[in-house]
Structures are given as C-alpha cells and as structure tokens.
Design a protein around this ligand. Structure first.
Ligand SMILES: [Fe+2]
Length: 375
C-alpha cells in the first residue's frame, strides 16, 4: 500500500511484477521534488531504498547533474569521488569505453548509444551500448541478434581494488529509443529466457539470492570471504563470459601480475560473501562474479584454483537470476532509478543499431566505509 513518512509528501508504491514473476523488490516513489528535498523527504527516500532496493522516480527529465549527485550522495554523505576513482584511466580496463564524464560533475557519467552532438558540456561524443559479442564466449547469430539478447554482465558497481563499493548508484534515462522488445536468452542449458524492453537494465535481489540457499550453503556463505583480483577489470580483460553473464569461463586468459599496473597488497579487497542491509539486517549474497579470484574459508583454507572458485560462486548465485526473479526495467525518458548497490546485482541487456541514440546518466561514489559483514 502507498504510504508516506510523516511530514514528507513522498509516497511509496511497490512495483507489481508482471504475471509469472515473483521478485519482491522495487518501488516507485511519487511526489518527490529532487531538486529541493526536506530532511523528512531524505529520510523517506533512504528508508525506501533500503526497504525496496531499487527505487524509481518518474518524469525527472530536468534533473540537473548536480541534483543527481546530491540524491546519490544522500546514502553516503561523506563519499565524494566517482566509484571507480581514477582506476579507469588505464586504457586496458574493460570498463573504459563505456563511460564519458560530465565536466561540471565528474561523479556523473554519460552512457548510452549513438552519436550525440552536445550534452552537458560534452561535444560530439559517440556512445556505444555494450554488446555481448564483445564479452561472451559464444554469441547470438547476426540474424537473430535484433530480437534476441543476453544479460551482458551481472555485477556490482565497484572498483574492488583500493576503493570501497559504492552504497548506491543512480541512473537517469535521458533519451530512450522505443522499439520492439527483446528476448533475453540464458543459453546455459536451462532453456531459461525472459522478455524485456530493448536496452532494459535487469536487476535481481541478492537478499533473495541468499534466501534461496540451503542451510549448509548459507553457513558457507556467511563464513567465507572473497578475495578480488587486483586491478580486476584489467586482469579479466582477455577473459570471456558465460552466456548468462554470470561470471567468466576459466581458460587461463587472466593477465599475470607482471602485466598489471603496480599492486599494493594493502589495496587488494577481501570482502565478506554476505553483506548486511543496514536497515533491515537482511543478508545479501553479494559477490561480483567476474572479479573473484580466491575464496578464504572459515578455517583459513584458501581456494585459489580459479576454475573451482568460479564453479562454487556460480552454483551459489545461479538460482538467484532465474527469469521469475529478474526485474527488467522498461525505461521511459525521465525515469530516475536509484539502487542499493550493496543488495542487488544488475546488468545491461539488449543491442541497438548504430544510429539509435540512447542517453543515460550514471552516478555513484566510492563509499566512505566498508561493507557490513554478517557478524
Ligand atoms: Fe553497473
């Protein structure tokens, strides 16, 4: 039921999943003036994010980059720098081509597809929507490619080296080409598939992902730590993804340490496998499946056989991306989404023709503090 916190006009309307879907996250927030929030509004929005994980504000076409930054920063007022910091300066990072920084607000990036003559101080830029053919081991045939797609890469927005994972990410849909929907094919032997709008951003709840585990696996997840590769997006750059976007194939393609930028051991991230929601106390199974390098078990045993590490993580995570559990956002221009980056996984889907122009703004900040573990 819609409700608002005392003194704020903002009302909260949980998303109703389409028939057949069973996900239990997502909410639309109405009556918010994001350029001018009161303290009561801010409290309502923060509560809503940690209760519903993904919150949507409609009709935010005129939201300034500064206001986007300020709303995103509500969840971590001490955080000021972009979530990947300067780590994307390295030209070899797999994330580098996807982002253009807004000069007046460097925590806000422009992403999308096609040629853009001028936008927020950026002139004559060409955006490129990530296509699974650049990342997946096997790909959908050219003739099927217009109507079929994949989850590009399930992930957390995080540098996972040196910097702390952002608490929240925001996405503003500035320009959205509306065309026929697409079928997401898992192509992992399950026969699973899901209809989404073209260019949908797909989300799953990592709390649900945890809840689906057996008691034995929950115990394992609560007591195991994940060590991420140093400079993970450069390290994994030669690797290819599973067809459902949930982690990488293991073919010994990862770059050796000697081919990476200098490594400070103190900057390597070892994080809990389960991250606690600061409001509800719920545990999320929160692992970036492509960046994982080692698992450290409760008794101190280190699993460093990468193939084995990935198999374990995949087995734990795969049930959580079942088609019924995925919210594929059907973007409309002016949609502004903020998500709990420590409680959901998300991925790009879809493909666009070269001249189909799509413009989005993304914002997140490296957090001012580490993640909450299960203890
Ligand atoms: Fe992302």
């Amino acid at each position: 039921m819609p409700h608002s916190t005392t003194d704020s006009p903002i009302t909260i309307h949980p998303i109703t999943p389409p028939q057949g879907s069973t996900y239990t996250f997502g909410a639309e927030l109405r009556n918010a003036n994001l350029e001018n929030l009161t303290e009561a509004d801010k409290k309502t929005i923060i509560d809503a994010l940690y209760t519903h994980q993904v919150i949507l504000f409609k009709n935010q076409q005129s939201l300034t980059p500064k206001a986007q930054y300020e709303v995103t920063q509500l969840f971590d007022p001490l955080a000021t720098g972009y979530g990947h910091g300067k780590t994307l300066d390295a030209k070899r990072s797999i994330l580098h081509p996807d982002l253009k920084t807004i000069p007046s607000q460097p925590q806000v990036q422009v992403i999308g597809n096609g040629p853009v003559a001028s936008y927020e101080g950026l002139e004559n830029i060409t955006l490129k929507h990530p296509h699974h053919r650049t990342f997946h081991k096997d790909v959908i045939s050219d003739e099927d490619d217009r109507d079929n797609t994949r989850f590009y890469r399930w992930h957390i927005d995080a540098a996972l080296y040196d910097l702390e994972p952002p608490k929240a990410t925001s996405l503003l849909a500035v320009k959205v080409p509306k065309t026929a929907p697409m079928k997401v094919r898992y192509d992992d032997g399950s026969g699973d598939e899901l209809m989404v709008s073209r260019g949908s951003t797909a989300f799953v709840s990592s709390y649900t992902m945890y809840d689906l585990l057996s008691e034995e696996d929950k115990e394992f997840a609560r007591t195991t730590k994940v060590q991420y590769a140093p400079h993970p997006y450069i390290w994994m750059s030669p690797c290819k993804s599973r067809s459902n976007g949930l982690g990488l194939h293991s073919s010994n393609l990862e770059l050796p340490t000697t081919s990476l930028p200098p490594i400070s051991p103190s900057k390597i991230k070892t994080l809990p496998m389960c991250w606690r929601n600061p409001y509800t106390g719920a545990l999320a199974l929160q692992i970036h499946p492509s960046a994982v390098q080692k698992l450290i078990l409760a008794d101190g045993t280190v699993i460093d056989d990468l193939g084995k590490v990935r198999e374990i993580v995949y087995r734990l995570q795969r049930p959580g991306i079942a088609p019924t559990l995925v919210w594929g956002v059907d973007w409309e221009e002016g949609d502004f989404v903020v998500f709990n980056n420590r409680g959901v996984l998300h991925t790009v889907t879809g493909s666009f023709l070269e001249d189909e122009v799509r413009v989005f703004r993304q914002c997140n900040m490296a957090a001012s503090e580490g993640v909450l573990g299960p203890e």
